[in-house]
Ligand binder design. Structure first.
Ligand SMILES: Cc1ncc(COP(=O)(O)O)c(C=O)c1O
Length: 387
């Protein structure tokens, strides 16, 4: 059999997302990759126990998803977990007591909670810095720093970090650079090609794309890190189930068309929000006035579908959330339906008030995951909600 990676080397990402790694089941020819719903596998003999033995270790459906993500991220090894936070947990499991991590000061609240309430107990130290500043990142490094963990663009303030700049600082000191690529997906941004060592996703979001499953994905190039992650996923039992792996594979097939539409709608929405008298500030990476617009254009091929904005008066928050009809008030992001959240009390509630306010997560901030409905309908819905 030819190597799918070699075969698809010259394909554009639009084709790779549709066909995945193998693209069909090599045993039956099934074009919808099968859900291998089994916990265990019959061994041929004592000397030939086969490629698969127990589904906690690996399943063919999960493997197809992992290889597909690795293909899309231009990496060698993929890993699929039961959620984005299970994937972040696996990354921190690469560390040892006494290690230090530099991390974005604006990041998903659940990652913050994982750091503060779980990992800090194990004598792993974390320093939060504004990862938009290379000087701040370099200044936070200590003798025991093993990892720099960045989200870019950040959730929810849409701050952009210079992936190549940070990777250069890190690799010169033998430090791993980890990039949470949830917001842009490999369709728009491929951190490994910019020098990062580990890329991680909440697959629950744009990759799955339909608000119907949860997953976490990691892709790496280094063989030793891959071996360590393989041990962690098998030993901690955090691998994605065959059914959820299949849902992910199905979602990824439409990633290219969905991302284009999310972005087209987000651009229209951001332009409209900018002119609204009851909107104070609009945070969207695709606006030319965004402080990192040029950097975004250099390191990514698109801006994605996430917007945050502040309203002029806190009373408008409840008004908007109660009046919207097409847009739904719900956690999460990245699916076909437009969702709005109130980060201060939802996704970022675990972050202490003084940190929240410093980074801009105030009582007037709303985060909008722009869906793939008609842009006009989304705008009309927000217009009547803000009126
Ligand atoms: C940027 C980012 N990273 C990680 C996560 C965690 O992923 P999950 O909810 O799949 O555990 C989220 C969830 O919202 C997120 O937005």
């Amino acid at each position: 059999m030819t190597n799918p990676r070699e075969e698809k080397k010259s394909w554009s990402l639009d084709s790779k997302v549709v066909h995945g790694y193998q693209g069909y089941d090599p045993y039956t020819g099934a074009i919808s990759f099968p859900i291998y719903q089994t916990a265990t596998y019959k061994h041929a003999s004592l000397s030939d126990q086969g490629k698969y033995d127990y589904s906690r270790g690996q399943s063919p459906t999960r493997e197809e998803l992992e290889d597909t993500l690795a293909l899309l991220e231009n990496g060698q090894h993929g890993f699929a977990f039961s959620s984005g936070l299970a994937a972040v947990t696996a990354i921190f499991s690469l560390l040892a007591a006494g290690d230090h991590v530099v991390v974005s000061d604006d990041l998903y609240g659940g990652t913050y909670r994982l750091i503060e309430q779980i990992w800090s107990k194990y004598n792993v130290e974390f320093t939060y810095v504004d990862t938009c500043s290379l000087d701040a990142v370099a200044g936070a490094i200590r003798g025991n720093t093993r990892m720099i963990f960045i989200e870019t663009p950040t959730n929810p303030m849409m701050k952009v970090a210079d992936i190549a700049g940070i990777s250069n600082i890190a690799s010169a000191r033998n430090i791993l650079t980890v990039v949470d690529n949830t917001f842009l997906t490999p369709y728009y941004q491929r951190p490994l090609t910019l020098g990062a060592d580990i890329v991680i996703h909440s697959g629950t979001k744009f990759l799955a794309g339909h608000h119907d499953t949860m997953a976490g994905l990691i892709v790496v190039n280094d063989n030793q890190i891959a071996e360590d992650l393989r041990l962690i996923i098998k030993t901690e039992g955090s691998g994605l189930s065959p059914f959820d792996s299949w849902l992910m594979l199905r979602g990824i097939k439409t990633l290219a068309v969905r991302m284009e539409r999310h972005q087209q709608n987000a651009l229209a929405l951001a332009d409209w929000l900018k002119t609204h008298p009851k909107v104070e500030e609009v945070y969207y990476v695709g606006l030319p006035e965004h402080e990192s617009y040029d950097l975004s254009q250099r390191q990514a091929s698109g801006f994605g579908g996430m917007i945050s904005f502040t309203v002029t008066n806190v009373s408008l928050v409840e008004q908007v959330l109660s009046r919207i009809k097409l847009i739904m008030f719900a956690e999460s992001l990245g699916g076909t339906e437009s969702l709005i959240t109130y980060p201060m009390v939802q996704t970022h509630a675990s972050i202490p008030q003084e940190i929240r306010e410093r980074v801009g997560i105030t009582d007037k901030l709303l985060r909008l995951s722009v869906g793939i409905e008609s842009a006009e309908d989304i705008i009309r819905d927000l217009e009547q909600a803000l009126a």
